[in-house]
Design a protein around this ligand. Structure first.
Ligand code: PLP
Length: 286
């Protein structure tokens, strides 16, 4: 079942307007958040980011309705099991065709919510990531936009090079973040990750990772890594709501550290899982 504009409907019968501005021009936002046993991890942070993006794109999103929809779609998809990812997609709604570019809307925004498994129940654990450096930068990097063509193109390029993830670089060629995840590295025993001001998405998991790292006694430094620093790092890792902490063991074919998941990454991964378990909040079911 999916949630479309306030109603639960079977996925195969769900529809949105052919004039939807998300479809026509990519005017949309999305969030993916982790829900474990009907408890959401950092829902408020996801909704805050959605609202901030909506303010930039002038999409009048009602967070209370999204919150209610998340609870409803999770309940309706109970069969998926304990650990699911909820995707929230909000677009600017239908376009008034009589208005000049960029046009104005008729009616409210479109809100679509889906719940999916993080992984198939019998699937092996996600293998470590292998990165490929790509000289592309996301537009409006702080907006988690559905217009993710650049990430998509970068990711396809990475896959064509035998890597699992594109790592997007700044104009100086310094690695910033992956196409759909944040990047961090262990350099001289410190956890280094790019600052938001470098033009990355402020990942909810990245924030949690920094808290976990500090709690483990690691020094966390927010600065942009040099390319050589990443390649010479002791360990590197990617974070997102979907993957949690994932070791990054190769970049452009070169091993990071000894090319296998390292002990700091393992500690941070476990720390994040423990934090999710301890702090995820029950969804309010109506
Ligand atoms: C470009 C980019 N960076 C980082 C992230 C990770 O964000 P979060 O931890 O909130 O899932 C994502 C998630 O989709 C992303 O698309």
């Amino acid at each position: 079942m999916v949630w479309v504009d306030g109603r639960l409907v079977p996925a195969a019968r769900a529809t949105v307007s052919a004039l939807d501005r998300g479809l026509r021009s990519g005017e949309g936002l999305y969030e993916t958040l982790r829900v474990r046993r009907r408890r959401a991890f950092r829902l408020a942070a996801h909704l805050e980011r959605l609202e901030a993006g909506a303010a930039i794109l002038t999409i009048p999103i009602e967070s209370a309705a999204v919150r209610a929809g998340i609870a409803a779609v999770v309940t309706a998809n109970d069969h998926l099991g304990d650990d699911v990812v909820v995707r929230v997609t909000c677009t600017a709604g239908p376009l008034d065709l009589t208005t000049p570019f960029p046009g104005t809307g008729v009616g409210p925004p479109t809100v679509v919510l889906t719940a999916q498994r993080t992984r198939a129940p019998d699937a092996p654990p996600r293998p470590p990531a292998r990165g490929h450096l790509v000289d592309l930068r996301r537009e409006l990097p702080t907006v988690k936009s559905t217009a993710s063509l650049l990430s998509l193109v970068a990711q396809r390029e990475a896959r064509a090079h035998g890597a699992s993830d594109a790592i997007l670089c700044d104009p100086e060629g310094r690695p910033l973040e992956a196409a759909a995840a944040n990047l961090a590295a262990v350099v001289d025993g410190q956890l280094v990750t790019a600052p938001i001001s470098a033009g990355i998405l402020g990942g909810v998991t990245r924030t949690a990772l920094c808290e976990v790292a500090t709690g483990c006694g690691l020094v966390v430094t927010e600065r942009t890594l040099e390319r050589g620093e990443l390649l010479g790092a002791e360990e590197a890792l990617l974070t997102s709501a979907v993957r949690g902490v994932q070791p990054l063991v190769r970049v452009d074919g070169q091993p990071i550290g000894d090319g296998t998941p390292g002990p700091v990454t393992a500690r941070l991964r476990q720390g994040l899982e423990d934090l999710i378990e301890a702090t995820a909040e029950p969804l309010e079911l109506s």
